[in-house]
Design a protein around this ligand. Sequence first.
Ligand SMILES: *Cc1c(COP(=O)(O)O)cnc(C)c1O
Length: 379
Amino acid sequence: MEFRDLKIQYENNKVEINHAIQEVLNHANFIGGKQITELEKELADYVGVKHCITCANGTDALSLVLMAWDIKEGDAVFVPNFTFFATGEVVSFNGATPVFVDVDENTFNICPESLKLTIERIVKEGKLNPKVIIPVDLFGLPADYEEIEKVAQKFNLLVLEDGAQGFGGSINGKMACSFGNAATTSFFPAKPLGCYGDGGAIFTNDDSLAELINSIKVHGKGTSKYDNVRIGVNSRLDTIQAAILQVKLKVFREQELDAVNSVFHSYNNKLQSIVSTPIIPNGYYSSFAQYTIKLESKAIRNELQTRLLEHNIPCMVYYAKPMHQQKAFSSSSFIDSDFYVTNLLCDTVLSLPMHPYLKEEEIVEICTIIKKFMLERKK
Ligand SMILES: *Cc1c(COP(=O)(O)O)cnc(C)c1O
């Protein structure tokens, strides 16, 4: 059994994917070209925004937006404490200060109330200029943008949606990667929509932001790559990856999103009376980058993980360490008790195998082991 089965996915779509790659090889057009332009249009249409700009990976996508907004030393950027390292890393990389915010224990996403209190504290301290909020659509579930937008307006902050795990999710039909002033995603192979290497994209309705990012991502180009009007970077999506993504986007929309949601329902039906299962708020739709349960304690979580691994069931702890405890951020001082929920989640979460090709028999097998384990504990 695989945690996320990319081999089956390839097997099922082999003819189309091979053909798409072969097309790129035949034309020997490896950078730019029609696949990139078409894919950007398809992604923008799907998400429902004006502009999609592809780039080298999801980390660059975040960084390109912060560069375009001129986020720099002295600026505060608010980031959930429970996320993948890159969300905070890009802030420090651009010279600004990541300010971590506790999350909601049901959705695992940034807590709007904690966000408000944290911003108020930073304003009161008067040392940093609050500039941006980066909510993360963790494990596929969009963050609470209605509440986040209210906070952003109150304090006049920009919102950058980190949709690296959220592509395909939605709130009342409004798609992930369409929230905030700009949004980003990642096409890392294991993300909801993955390519066969690294890749990423930025989404926005803001014409001038899109133009600026299109310049920054190609060495700060002006009218051409050899007319350079600002300092930029080199961050492009390879044409082969775009060709693969064109095939995979179609399958993702037509089958895979439904399939992961069926897996979610099947898991929840079997597990919800036994462990704490994912909660999807009304009107929300998740693209299930992860299916994550919670146990009562760290000891129980670790024992269950060991048990599953003994049965060759792959399972992972996302995330074992809060951002504020990462050594890379140790130059800032944080108060551990400010992050009650994040600390609790790091100790109690466990992500089970989750992908569109997971079979019902496999779900039954996993859930049977979990049920037996929990029953033994009660005796
Ligand atoms: C994966 C991920 C990123 C970074 O994407 P890469 O393509 O790996 O650079 C950023 N934020 C979150 C929440 C992620 O899960």
